[in-house]
Design a protein around this ligand. Structure first.
Ligand SMILES: [Fe+2]
Ligand SMILES: [Fe+2]
Length: 208
């Protein structure tokens, strides 16, 4: 299923949202995540936020966010391996925006809006596994953020940054693959139009 994510990322290289959105309703995420990279020399690596028009299909929106997250994890891997590299400062600023402003909203979408609507249909028990993974990510991300703040300031991060960031990357890649393999097809199969509409409304409110 990683191939599905990779295919989406390839189809929309670095700018997934620009390819899927038609009516631009810029939100808080766009303002916070897009500008620091450009301001600090990372404009070439900018990964545009998804546009809210895609919320007409909230399951597709979450899937497209997964594709975008795959691109961002590639950037995090680059910064982890070369924190003093030429583009690292701009990338670090962009990644800080993703990890502190955007990813928490995505996780809230899943834990408070999507998973509860799927729980009665979760025959495989994958949802508790994914929620546990969210908790692990929350615990693990502190060392990653500390290192990224150093890199964004042009300073060398602590010695444990590279290992912490690479562990986060591999763990989150597995998480995305499992969600695309198990959750996205389940959501497409069981969510009725009324449930999809309510899900879309809740997700839109988080981005207003
Ligand atoms: Fe997700
Ligand atoms: Fe998740």
């Amino acid at each position: 299923m990683e191939s599905a994510i990779a295919a989406a990322a390839t189809a929309h290289p670095g700018v997934v949202g620009e390819a899927v959105g038609r009516q631009h309703r810029p939100g808080r995420v766009a303002a916070e995540a897009g500008q620091p990279a450009a301001a600090q020399g990372g404009a070439g690596a900018r990964v545009a936020p998804l546009q809210a028009a895609l919320l007409d299909d909230p399951v597709a929106f979450l899937s497209a966010e997964h594709a975008r997250q795959t691109v961002l994890l590639g950037h995090l891997e680059r910064v982890a391996c070369a924190p003093l590299g030429r583009a690292a400062r701009g990338l670090a600023a962009m990644l800080l925006g993703w990890l502190t402003a955007e990813l928490p909203i995505h996780i809230e979408d899943e834990e408070r809006s999507l998973y509860p609507r799927l729980a009665a249909h979760d025959a495989s028990g994958v949802l508790p596994t994914l929620q546990a993974r969210h908790r692990e990510d929350r615990n693990a991300v502190g060392a990653v953020l500390a290192g990224l703040r150093c890199v964004a300031a042009g300073e060398e991060p602590d010695g444990d940054f590279t290992a912490a960031a690479l562990a986060f990357v591999s763990g989150h890649r597995r998480h995305l693959a499992l969600e695309e393999e198990a959750v996205t097809p389940l959501a497409h199969r069981v969510l009725a139009p009324e449930a999809l509409s309510a899900l879309a409304d809740e997700m839109a409110r988080r981005r207003s």
